[in-house]
Design a protein around this ligand. Structure first.
Ligand SMILES: [Fe+2]
Ligand SMILES: [Fe+2]
Length: 232
């Protein structure tokens, strides 16, 4: 993602080129990848969970840029960490979490609702407890707790943006799943509800839908390519 025309010959040069914000994003992203990496072989496609988080981060950052209402860097960090509660559930309760994933796939339930049936709680509440313990900034804690709320219109703009990015990524099949995706087109945007979701973008201040759609296609390809590279 950060290829240059000239070689970068030292770590110092690389750090100066990227800047502290990008370095922070790369470290955070790598740490999250490491957290999720030891679940391969438990019936979960960890790669798909990673695609989802990375996808939500990139789409949320793009929505932040297009809307002007949310700092893009904050949107990115929130996107990477919005489902951090799921990492805990995967870690601590693998069988039940796999059961929730299966229930979600079989009954076409939102994963949040499937978790409520299996655990009596969800990754949002679990993640919010972690956010409190680790003293995450308040807006990030709000995202983790509220990103699946039904009454999302009453939330702060950051939560609304991550909620939309989450649903958009799920719609274009960048979603955490137990099974191989049935169709995994190499390019393009093929979500069933994308048009409907696009109508909701105006509520967060994104009015240039053409620009959004072009960027979305590129971001999806970028996510798949990056994750493929990491896992190959
Ligand atoms: Fe979630
Ligand atoms: Fe999510």
């Amino acid at each position: 993602m950060y290829k240059l025309l000239h070689d970068i010959e030292s770590v110092k040069q690389a750090l100066i080129y990227l800047g502290p914000q990008k370095v922070f994003e790369i470290i955070l992203t790598s740490c999250f990848l490491e957290l999720t990496d030891n679940h391969v072989g438990y019936g979960l496609r960890v790669q798909s969970c990673w695609e989802h988080s990375f996808g939500v981060a990139l789409v949320a950052r793009n929505l932040g840029e297009l809307s002007g209402s949310v700092r893009p860097e904050l949107a990115y960090v929130s996107g990477i960490l919005h489902d951090v509660g799921q990492v805990l559930l995967m870690n601590q309760c693998r069988d039940e979490f796999r059961q929730a994933m299966q229930l979600s796939a079989d009954k076409e339930l939102d994963i949040h609702d499937a978790e409520l049936k299996v655990f009596g709680t969800s990754h949002c509440e679990i993640g919010a407890l972690l956010a409190e313990q680790w003293r995450f900034p308040e807006p990030l804690a709000q995202v983790i707790l509220h990103h699946h709320d039904k009454q999302i219109g009453q939330s702060i703009p950051l939560v609304q943006i991550v909620n939309l990015a989450d649903r958009i990524c799920t719609d274009v099949r960048l979603k955490c799943s137990a099974e191989e995706p049935s169709q995994h087109g190499g390019n393009g945007v093929y979500g069933e509800h994308l048009h409907e979701l696009e109508q909701q973008l105006a509520a967060v201040g994104v009015t240039d839908l053409a620009a959004f759609r072009i960027t979305l296609g590129r971001l999806i390809d970028e996510v798949r390519e990056a994750v493929r590279t990491i896992y190959s």
